[in-house]
Write a protein that binds this ligand. Sequence first.
Ligand code: 4AD
Ligand code: MG
Length: 431
Amino acid sequence: MHPAEISGISEFKDQEVLLKGWVYNIRSSGKIIFLQLRDGTGVIQCIIEKSTVGDELFEEAKTLTQESSLEIAGGVREDSRAPGGFELSVAALKIIQVADDYPITPKEHGSTFLMDNRHLWLRSSRQNAILRVRASLVRYIRDFFDNRGFILCDTPVFTPNACEGTTTLFETDYFGDKAYLTQSGQLYNEATAAAFRKVYCFGPTFRAEKSKTRRHLIEFWMVEPEVAFADLDDIMKLAEDFIVDIVGRTLEDHRDLLVDLLQRDIRPLENVQSPFPRVSYMEAAAILKKKGIDFQTGGDFGGNDETVLATDYDRPFFVHRFPSAIKAFYMQPDPEDASLSLSVDLLAPEGYGEIIGGGQRAHDLDLLKKRVGEHGLPEKAFDWYFDLRRYGTFPHSGFGLGVERALAWICGINHVRETIPFPRLINRLSP
Ligand code: 4AD
Ligand code: MG
């Protein structure tokens, strides 16, 4: 009897195995029970026949409810009609617990109910598939940077200053002083980039966003590379190579999950090839106006503007050189037009909108000080950051990719709340 996991069951064809898991679904018809067993790695159909297991065990098996936990032993049979290609003909079973009435049944539930039961909802095959792809995506992200000689330099969660504007700061008490939860590791990346040249940080970030959209989380995971001596073009090329790589690897490894479990049309993902279109903010504003959208040049794009812009492209595309006025304090001005900044967003197609934000950083001390003042930020808290401009300042660039937005796009999920195990939203801190 081999202890086995369902994902590796094909290795045990015509052998006896011991599985441990939970009842995903169960129905009986007379002398036979069909039990879908879930063990976290997959689902397999188990056949319990009265004539094989005997009356007593058969009656016990009939008491099993959805999500009851059990150990089950039997022979692995290949069956092309079975989902997954194999089924188990049960010889013995041991019940660990007969579960109480499980709240999530195969019928349709509303999203509030499902989110209230997120701790249980994670067991369902669709949620399981999304988070499985997430785990792989995180690995592809790390591999991409590690394989290119980037050094992982973790950045702090408690910070003394804002990075992405004061309106979305989470304030907390730090032994009598004010501290903020990090909005981005970028400022620290700029320090580590001077130490290691190519760095990235990858961790949770926090935004007290008053937005209640399908793209906004309060707590999300961001990967942020930063490269010494890179300019705006260099960083766009890096972002392009990066997205082509992580989408390509997802398709290689998870075509089945995407197609069968998530019903993702993967043709748009197969288009994710170099080169990505690059449009300037000014061009994008003109495109929107031409399409009859009431867009105020100088303002930021809304979700709808991004969706309209994306209709012209069959792959992700860059919008670069946004007005300095709508971007963070650290952006390098465009040498051709000082009202514009060397900033860039990468927008995903199919209405998913911005997944990457980044650009070239201002490296002149006086300019940076002026910017900090204009943004109403406390100069003192930035003194260490100014040191990077005092001791061998250097042109440098970087970007941040939001993991949940990228995953929502790749999996074709409507709302980012399903792309993280326990989402934090403006109206949700539980479970
Ligand atoms: O555009 P953002 O704010 O850029 C930065 O934080 C830069 N400091 C990054 C850098 O250059 N190192 O955020 C970057 C990305 C967005 O494109 C989006 O994918 C994600 O982070 N993001 C969010 N994801 C979910 N919920 C939110 N509230 C998000 N805010 C940003
Ligand atoms: Mg942004």
